[in-house]
Each structure stands twice: as structure tokens, then as C-alpha cells.
Design a protein around this ligand. Structure first.
Ligand SMILES: NC(=O)c1ccc[n+]([C@@H]2O[C@H](COP(=O)([O-])OP(=O)(O)OC[C@H]3O[C@@H](n4cnc5c(N)ncnc54)[C@H](O)[C@@H]3O)[C@@H](O)[C@H]2O)c1
Ligand SMILES: [Zn+2]
Length: 368
């Protein structure tokens, strides 16, 4: 993968990143204060469309009124569908509620769904959009850092099965992504930090220069302003490029799972509870993937330590002992890894590294 560093933007203009997928090509628009332009942007995308906004209770409290005002200001008729906060909403029950509400709001094929929220809302609303009337177009307005750099881009949508996460779903690309970096100002610090693990992931998997930039500038990413916008734009460019080359994850897109084999097992071992957020599990998983790569002699111990040290510096967990209430034991972890959908014919798939910025897919890792 080539490096995708650019100098941080200084102008007040939003950054536009295109996801090039032929007839399904769409723009990710990134900038501070963009929510106010939602109405004008939706109108330009689809004149005359009505909109159903799907959001969760916490996001609704902070940002729903502004989103509705922006749409109403452009003469767009809106309906609101508000679901409970949390992963529990990626369920059959809530999916049914959302689909029924979309139909009740008389949203038709020429109309739009707006997913206003984090990854839970993007996945749930996106899957409802993919399903109702055999496919409605939808716009992602991600409100968490994780959603702005990862889940809102690339078209993976879905809900959880009782047997595992994200097992029911569809590839359904959004028609537009509006990432207003100011929406992250209301995000709890712990959620922001967890999302930052995915930001660091892009540097660690494919862009050493970006990783160095993060080591020097992460505080400004946390505090907002142009550094935050720049970091989000770099991540979106990286994800857009990977998705454009491998939309359905037959190859390269798997690199985005760096830290996720260990991470998912740790999340599952903690019962997907508040003990370990997804991004925290990914941070720990990436630290373990680097340590594993060092033990296999792929990279030096010093470079693995550099990767770990940055994650630890921002306050993310990087040792099993950092998990509150204790991490699952090795046997439980191995069982959980074996159940993960990334297992093919008994061999484990891990994303390993040759250096910071050079990850690769290892399909034949032996369980021992
Ligand atoms: N589709 C994909 O490609 C993809 C990729 C990565 C993760 N995901 C999914 O994303 C989900 C995790 O996403 P998440 O971390 O955004 O979780 P989330 O959507 O649950 O949001 C985290 C918390 O922050 C709150 N919140 C959101 N925006 C806020 C804001 N601006 N101000 C205040 N509070 C706010 C939410 O109410 C919630 O409590 C998981 O279900 C995961 O499977 C999907
Ligand atoms: Zn992730």
C-alpha cells in the first residue's frame, strides 16, 4: 500500500474523499460544522426526497434537533426513528421496529434514510435501508470517531445473531457520508479514545508516515480543529482506497482487521460489556498482533514496542492486565478465536506485520 499522507489542510473548506465504486461511487465530506449543510447536501443529492432519520436516544439528545432543522431549512420533510443506546439495538427486535417505522413513515424508493449516530446506528439503519422495499438509499452522518473513520465507509451493514456479532447483514453502500468533526465534541472521552484505536490502525497497517504524524500530533486530534479533520480524512482516504479495490473482502480489505482477531475474542470474553469497548479491544489486539509478529521474528521487538507505546500513551489498554475485571484466560481466548468467522478450515487468519505501516494477511497460522 502506498502512503497517503498529505499536509494538514489549513482552509475552512470541507475535505471531500471519493469512494470509487462505479455506479455506486459516493463522497465522504469531512469538516467542522457540516451538519448545518445537511439539508442543502441532501437536496443536491436527491431533490424532492423525504427523509427518515434513524438515531439513538443519546445522539438524539445532542444532535437530532440540529439535523432536523438543517433538513427543514432546505424544505425537506422528515420523520424520526429513535432507538435505545447501545449494541443491544443491533437485534432482530430493533431491526423490525426500524423497518416498520420506515414503512409507516411512507418512505419510498425515491426517498432517503439518514443514519445519525455511531456504528450501531450506521449498521442498523444501513441494513434496514438495504432491506425495506428491497433497498432504499441512505446517507451516513457518523457521530463517533469510530464511525467517522471506519464503520460509515465501505457499505458493511448488519445486526447481531444470537450466535455471533454481525452475522446477519448486507453490503449496502451509502449514497453520501457527512462527517461533521464538531459532533465528536459531545462524545464521552472514553468513546473518543476507543475510536482513536482505529485511527492508529490505519497508520500501523499501511502508512508509517501517518503513524509518525500521529505520535507527534495526537493531542491535537483529541482537542479538535484541523488536526482532527486531517486525521479523519487520511483514514477515510485509506479505507476508500481499500474498499474500491476489494469491496467484498476477498483479499486486501482483510487488512482492516488488524488487531481484530485478538480483539473480537477479548470483546466476546468480556461479554461485549462496558468492561472493554470495541476500540479498546482493538488497541489491545493490535499490541498483541505486533508482539506476536515480533515473536515470529517478522519485526524487531523495538518496533513492536514503539507501536504499543503510542497506544498506551493515549490511554488505551495494551496489556491483558489492563482489562478491568481481568482478561479471559488463554483457553477461553483460543476457543473464542476458533469460533470467529475469520477461521477457514481450521487454520487461523491473523493480520501480522513486517514493520509499522506494513501489515499482511497470514491465512495459515497454526493454533499452537
Ligand atoms: N460496518 C462496519 O464496517 C463497521 C466497522 C466497525 C465497527 N462497526 C460496528 O460499529 C459499532 C460500534 O460503533 P460505535 O463505537 O460508534 O458505537 P455506538 O454507535 O454504540 O456509539 C457509542 C456510544 O456513543 C454515543 N454517541 C454517539 N455519538 C455521540 C455523540 N456525538 N455525542 C455523545 N454521545 C454519542 C452512543 O449513544 C453510544 O452510547 C459496533 O456494533 C461494530 O460492530 C461496523
Ligand atoms: Zn474495528
Amino acid at each position: 500500500m502506498t502512503a497517503i499522507m498529505t499536509a494538514p489542510l489549513r482552509s475552512g473548506e470541507p475535505t471531500v474523499v471519493q469512494v470509487a465504486l462505479g455506479a455506486r461511487t459516493y463522497d465522504i465530506v469531512i469538516g467542522r460544522g457540516l451538519l448545518a449543510s445537511l439539508g442543502a447536501r441532501v437536496k443536491a443529492l436527491r431533490a424532492g426526497a423525504r427523509v427518515a432519520i434513524v438515531t439513538d436516544e443519546a445522539v438524539a439528545r445532542h444532535h437530532l434537533a440540529a439535523a432536523e432543522a438543517a433538513l427543514k431549512g432546505a424544505g425537506i420533510d422528515t420523520a424520526r426513528i429513535v432507538v435505545p443506546v447501545g449494541e443491544g439495538s443491533k437485534s432482530y427486535a430493533t431491526f423490525e421496529t426500524v423497518c416498520e417505522a420506515i414503512i409507516a413513515a411512507r418512505i419510498e424508493r425515491s426517498d432517503l434514510i439518514v443514519a445519525l449516530g455511531g456504528g450501531v446506528i450506521g449498521d442498523l439503519a444501513g441494513f434496514a435501508a438495504a432491506s425495506v422495499r428491497r433497498g432504499l438509499d441512505f446517507v451516513q452522518v457518523p457521530t463517533t470517531l469510530l464511525a467517522q473513520v471506519d464503520s460509515s465507509v465501505g457499505g458493511k451493514t448488519g445486526i447481531n445473531s444470537r450466535q455471533g456479532k454481525n452475522l446477519i447483514g448486507a453490503f449496502h453502500q451509502p449514497a453520501m457520508v457527512i462527517a461533521d468533526t464538531a459532533l465528536l465534541d459531545t462524545l464521552p472521552q472514553r468513546e473518543f479514545r476507543a475510536g482513536y484505536a482505529e485511527v492508529a490502525k490505519y497508520g500501523l497497517l499501511g502508512d508509517a508516515a501517518f503513524f509518525s504524524w500521529l505520535e507527534a500530533n495526537w493531542r491535537d486530534v483529541f482537542s479538535g480543529g484541523t488536526a482532527r479533520e486531517h486525521a479523519i480524512a487520511v483514514c477515510c482516504r485509506a479505507k476508500a482506497a481499500i474498499v474500491a479495490r476489494d469491496e467484498r473482502e476477498t483479499g486486501e480489505r482483510a487488512l482492516l482487521n488488524l488487531g481484530h482477531t485478538f480483539g473480537h475474542a477479548l470483546e466476546a470474553g468480556c461479554g461485549f460489556s462496558g468492561r472493554l469497548l470495541h476500540g479498546e479491544a482493538v488497541a489491545l489486539g493490535m499490541a498483541l498482533a505486533f508482539e506476536f509478529s515480533a515473536r515470529k521474528g517478522l519485526i524487531s521487538a523495538a518496533e513492536a514496542e514503539r507501536a504499543r507505546a503510542h497506544l498506551a500513551a493515549v490511554g488505551l489498554p495494551t496489556h491483558l492486565k489492563d482489562v478491568s475485571g481481568g482478561a479471559p484466560g488463554i483457553d477461553e481466548l483460543m476457543d473464542l478465536i476458533a469460533q470467529d468467522k475469520k477461521v477457514k478450515r481450521g487454520k487461523l487468519t491473523f493480520i501480522l506485520v513486517r514493520s509499522i505501516g506494513q501489515a499482511f494477511v497470514a491465512n495459515d497460522v497454526d493454533a499452537s
